[in-house]
Design a binder for this molecule. Sequence first.
Ligand code: THU
Length: 167
Amino acid sequence: MMKELRIVSLFRQYDSPEELPAEDKNLLMMAREAAKSAYAPYSQFYVGAAVLLENGVIVKGNNQENAAYPSGLCAERVAIFSAGANYPGVAVKAVAINAFSNEFKITDPVGPCGGCRQSMIEYENRYGKDIRVLLMNDDGNVIVTDTLKSYLPLVFSAESLKRKISV
Ligand code: THU
């Protein structure tokens, strides 16, 4: 018999990063700073991501484009893979994402693309700890969620493969 499955994701909205704890506000500023160094000559859409690790280290990333378009990589994956490569075994606490364009105003906070959601949730599963995600538009409006699961209902994971992953 058909049953309706309702999956709820909770997001909190703030008018300004000033309303957030210093740690989150700082992470958003780091993401904004990272966006300024993006290499995005093709899209001219500059994205920055800042990953806060449990040991307090912040790893930044930004989009890196390529003349062969699919060979580039999003800011979030550059940041999270850099964290995984340089700080293996250190859990991820939070990720902030910020984007700007010289051509238009970012009115809605830019959320991570599907591939980046999947890539980032791997680290939530790897360390068994939820990752807080912070987004901010050009006016400083912020959207926060306490876990990447909010972005990926019915996620494909190690569990789907009946695999046990170790840190
Ligand atoms: N981009 C990101 O860096 N993160 C996202 O979540 C969405 C898209 C980049 C990829 C490409 O360099 C540019 O933004 C336009 O799609």
